[in-house]
Design a protein around this ligand. Structure first.
Ligand code: DMJ
Length: 528
């Protein structure tokens, strides 16, 4: 299975290099490349992601390293250094440029400069921090998004040459504006320049201060000048997903307690208002736990769909040790996958049918599967990974790569292979089956950014000249490579009897969820 996952990545990557590079994306059906749709600047679906900066190559760098392919990694890094420039008349989405490009450059820079070189020789001859300089250059070009905003919440889009476009939209989604802290914080700490972390942190705090006094929830779309919520929907998926993720991951990386405090409060509100179903995942009566979309002010149900982005949440729950609850939500998403061989973008749990039918090769279910396997070592998750791999091969493989499913039922396709397929979907699948990978065995603790880029967690990133140092003692108390365990008084999660609610060893080789509950979930998605 590991070789199959590697083969999937290689097929997509080689075809991108052969048919699309230096353009941003591969059109895998017609075997050609695609850059920003300059003819139609309003085509945000495409232009938000593409920037005319060889996106897929940049996004794939650390996957090459994780797979131990040093010659291709070195070749790719040199290509990036020699050919990628951000001095482009491209209007990009700040969030996408940050997580896909900035994050990848920082990750690869750390891999190159790691004195231990756990993935093999990934050093670059005469490397002079070029990737860090590129990251810096990009971040400087993104900074105008944080200017002339009354709240400190950034504009969603910026032109890399000219700054915020004059006709710019004042509305942004919470995840887009509030999930920049990991990459901006790393950059600040590597450069010793607080600017980037400061603006990203100010945005998080501004959003946080706009949460509802009654429920503690945030909405999904906000006006950056007035601070009014334009979208009052609160949920775990689109518009909010990585906001929660980065509160916790910023804490893991930088050790700033305020990030953990915000995460804890957000997690509590999520449990109070979004979680429906029986109290425990694996015992008791009632419907299986499910996280729904509610009005941020009233906590009232807003609709009856969940989206595929939400499938990342069990992985986040693993990081805080709420493994039992993670098992149930993951099982729900896996049941949907089993029914369609993919995850529809939106699934209506009341109608037991998809509301939005496409599947753009997203990684979230694989990501949670991988993290649950790391936490439980239950072979069930290897089986899930195998199932996902086989469906991808069967339904999405085309002449020159892997294509977006336009329709999860009739399996018709769109000519698009998003860069996260190589940076996340293939990476998590490969790591799931590669027990001996240095990510698991090297003794270094790694954290994945929201785009799946690895960043080693070490005390140097906790040092900031503009903040007091994170205490060594506290750092040593944190154990485990993936399962971060904050101190009990710091992190209290509902439905958890302990902070790390691990699955007992005796359940390791039985189903993680009692078969009666598995069947119940299968019934809920119309599988049986
Ligand atoms: C990725 O770009 C990131 O994971 C992001 O946080 C949201 N989801 C997409 C892939 O689905």
């Amino acid at each position: 299975m590991r070789d199959l996952a590697r083969g999937m990545f290689v097929f997509g990557y080689d075809n991108y290099m052969a048919h699309a590079f230096p353009q941003d994306e591969l059109n895998p059906i017609y075997c050609r490349g695609r850059g920003p749709d300059l003819g139609d600047p309003s085509n945000l679906n495409i232009n938000d992601v593409l920037g005319n900066y060889s996106l897929t190559l940049v996004d794939a760098l650390d996957t090459l390293a994780i797979m131990g392919n040093s010659s291709e990694f070195q070749k790719a890094v040199k290509l990036v250094i020699n050919t990628v420039s951000f001095d482009k008349d491209s209007t990009v989405q700040v969030f996408e440029a940050t997580i896909r490009v900035l994050g990848s450059l920082l990750s690869a820079h750390r891999i190159i400069t790691d004195s231990k070189q756990p993935f093999g020789d990934m050093t670059i001859k005469d490397y002079d921090n070029e990737l860090l300089h590129l990251a810096h250059d990009l971040a400087v070009r993104l900074l105008p998004a944080f200017e002339n905003t009354k709240t400190g919440i950034p504009y969603p889009r910026v032109n890399l040459k000219t700054g915020v476009p004059p006709d710019s939209n004042n509305e942004t989604c919470t995840a887009g504006a509030g999930s920049l802290l990991v990459e901006f914080g790393i950059l600040s700490r590597l450069l010793g320049d607080s600017t980037f972390e400061w603006v990203a942190r100010r945005a998080v705090k501004a959003l946080w201060n706009l949460r509802s006094n009654d429920t503690g929830l945030l909405g999904n779309v906000v006006n950056i000048q007035t601070g009014h919520w334009v979208g009052k929907q609160s949920g775990l998926g689109a518009g909010l997903d990585s906001f929660y993720e980065y509160l916790l991951k910023s804490y893991i990386l930088f050790g700033e307690k305020e990030d953990l405090e915000m995460f804890n409060a957000a997690y509590q509100s999520i449990q109070n208002y979004l979680r429906r179903g029986r109290e425990a995942c694996n015992e008791g009566e009632g419907d299986p736990p499910l996280y729904v979309n509610v009005n941020m002010f009233s906590g009232q149900l807003m609709n009856t769909w969940i989206d595929s982005l939400q499938a990342f949440f069990p992985g986040l729950q693993v990081l805080i040790g709420d493994v039992e609850d993670a098992i149930c939500l993951h099982a729900f998403y896996y049941a949907i996958w089993k029914r369609y061989g993919a995850l529809p973008e939106r699934y209506n749990w009341q109608l037991q049918a998809p509301d939005v039918l496409f599947y753009p090769l997203r990684p979230e279910l694989v990501e949670s599967t991988y993290l649950l396997y790391q936490a439980t070592k239950n072979p069930f998750y290897l089986h899930v990974g195998m199932d996902i791999l086989q469906s991808l091969e069967k339904y999405t493989k085309v002449k020159c790569g892997y294509a977006t499913l336009h329709h999860v039922i009739d399996k018709s396709k769109e000519d698009r292979m998003e860069s996260f397929f190589l940076s996340e979907t293939c990476k998590y699948l490969y790591l799931l089956f590669d027990e001996e990978n240095p990510v698991h065995k090297s003794g270094t603790r790694y954290m994945f950014t929201t785009e799946g880029h690895i960043i080693s967690v070490d005390k140097h990133l906790r040092e900031s000249p503009w903040k007091e140092f994170f205490s060594e003692d506290e750092e040593q108390e944190q154990q485990g490579k993936f399962v971060h365990r904050p101190k009990s008084q710091e992190l209290k999660v509902i439905n958890s009897s302990s902070n790390c609610n691990r699955v007992p060893d005796e359940r390791r080789y039985s189903l993680p969820l009692k078969s009666i509950y598995m069947r119940q979930i299968d019934q809920m998605v119309g599988l049986v």
